[in-house]
Design a binder for this molecule. Structure first.
Ligand code: UTP
Length: 491
């Protein structure tokens, strides 16, 4: 990142700020059509001039210019011909046998006990829709336990570690390495949250934080938006920024040195996420693919979710966003199965081999094509509509030599926390209810009873990951017992 200070002719650390923007830097900015960043130079104090120079100096101007040009040019171009995902690439819930599930569960636990799985959390987003000033993972969605999203995930990792240790009769204990991607907007608060909660029972050295990059926010004509007269507005470079962040922080080497072969990757804002799911891992290993995704069935044709498609005849699987999918294709039905032709929704639950991550970390950057997201951006003129440049985690799929999809039930594994309470969908309230209802079903299936003073549809119980990961092993705790909802069931 960044051209060298010497090459720019800037000395930022010492002496008075120059009276005019350094000529050489100005020329370079002119080349890229960004010289307006110095428009308010004359009004800046010496200290602000230094800040501005440092800020511009920290930008890799030519790389950013390439990204802006490529992304603006390709924006809105129609998606290449697409086809439905072949049935052979999908394991659907209905066709999965009990024998397969058990086999995958055991295979997954074995690989976990051998230290081959790492968990990779995408947690660098700004969570603007949720409107909390803390990172999303710190958010308490109002479960009886009051646990944050981070805590729920940490305890599920602890639970899988116990299951793997137990299944393999290991003498020592199994540790799953957890890599947490933050951004400059979430890094400090995330680290402090983990420290103050003693890593939720995990060992501090099995948790690794690393930061993703940021990139300037731009106007529709590709010019940087100024956050203040001496600072360019920047945003994280999307959850697909994880590939270059893993590379630049040398964490792919770190994973290899620890013997990690598989990486389970997910977004922070799913209250039902089955982190380090042994069944999914076993399926992935069994299929021998480079990449896999858990998918849910699209609820209705116009649902605003990205779906997996095959690009061209025999091409790779990839995700097409709802805005890019033609209306007639979105509602087309497969006459044989009666399902939507494009029915497999992406919910940001992925598994990759480490080899594939290495390959992608090099390939994606070369493409220089980022998605353009029109968002409200804080600027010197107040909030203004502008463009954020983002790569997406699923941009990797077209590079995968082989991909498999694994259908899961929405009500079991997908409780998104996107919007603030009061919005119509994907709120902390709706996510809490999904957790309580699922866990209530587990308890009843294990022979427990529920009483409740509010209607059951608006409440339920929470099962601590200390007791169960996915509804297993609950009989000894629940059979014949009555629980008053809402409550947490724990040891
Ligand atoms: P979203 O696309 O929902 O974005 O992220 P967000 O930042 O959480 O929320 P809004 O759009 O500002 O309201 C999906 C997942 O990708 C992560 C988020 O932290 C979340 O886990 N993400 C998103 C990143 O890690 N980095 C990013 O640059 C963007």
């Amino acid at each position: 990142m960044g051209e060298s200070t010497v090459a720019m002719g800037i000395d930022n650390d010492a002496g008075a700020a120059p009276n005019a923007p350094p000529q050489q830097l100005m020329e370079r900015l002119k080349d890229y059509g960004q010289e307006h960043v110095f428009a308010l130079w004359d009004e800046l104090s010496p200290q602000e001039r230094h800040l501005l120079l440092n800020d511009i100096q920290s930008l890799d101007l030519s790389r950013i210019d390439r990204i802006i040009r490529c992304s603006l040019r390709s924006h809105g171009l129609s998606v290449a011909a697409i086809e439905p995902v072949p049935e052979s690439c999908v394991s659907s819930v209905e066709e999965r046998t009990m024998e397969e599930r058990e086999r995958w569960w055991k295979m997954g636990l074995k690989a976990i006990s051998e230290g081959k799985l790492a968990v990779l959390l995408l947690s660098g987003g700004q969570g603007t829709r949720l409107g909390s000033s803390d990172p999303k993972g710190c958010f308490n969605i109002g479960l009886p336990s009051g646990k944050s999203l981070f805590q729920l995930q940490a305890e599920r990792i602890l639970c899988v570690q116990r299951l793997a240790t137990h299944a393999m009769n290991e003498a020592g204990s199994v540790a799953i390495n957890w890599y947490i991607m933050t951004s400059p907007f979430t890094d400090d608060a995330t680290r402090k949250f983990f420290e103050s909660h003693k890593y939720f029972g995990l060992e501090a050295d099995q948790v690794t934080f690393f930061q993703q990059g940021t990139i300037p926010c731009i106007s529709k004509d590709g010019r940087y938006i100024m956050d203040t007269p001496y600072k360019v507005a920047k945003a994280p470079d999307g959850n697909g920024g994880v590939y270059s962040a893993l590379k630049s922080s040398r964490l792919l080497e770190d994973m290899a040195s620890r013997g990690i072969k598989y990486v389970d990757c997910y977004g922070v804002d799913n209250a039902l996420v089955r982190v380090a799911d042994p069944t999914f891992l076993g399926y992935f290993i069994d299929k021998g693919v480079a990449a896999a995704a858990k998918v849910v069935r699209k609820a209705y044709p116009q649902e605003k979710v990205g779906v997996f498609v095959r690009r061209g005849k025999g091409g790779p699987l990839t995700v097409v966003e709802y805005s890019e999918l033609d209306q007639s294709l979105a509602s087309a039905v497969n006459q044989q199965t009666g399902r939507l032709r494009f029915c497999w929704s992406n919910v940001c639950l992925h598994m990759f081999t480490l080899d594939f991550l290495n390959q992608v970390a090099n390939g994606l950057e070369k493409d220089s094509i980022y998605h353009l997201a029109e968002k409200k951006i804080q600027s010197i003129h107040g909030y203004t509509m502008g463009l954020k440049l983002e790569q997406f985690i699923f941009d990797a799929f077209p590079y995968a030599p082989s991909t498999a999809l694994f259908e899961v039930l929405r009500e079991e594994e997908f409780a998104p926390v996107k919007n603030a309470n009061g919005s119509n969908y994907d709120t902390p309230d709706s996510a809490r209810l999904l957790v309580l209802r699922l866990h209530a079903r587990w308890v009843v299936a294990a022979g427990g009873f529920l009483t409740h003073s509010v209607p059951l549809y608006s409440t339920g119980v929470e099962v601590s990951p200390r007791c169960s990961y996915a509804g297993e092993n609950l009989e000894s705790i629940c059979r014949g017992r009555t629980f008053h909802a809402p409550c947490e069931i724990t040891f």
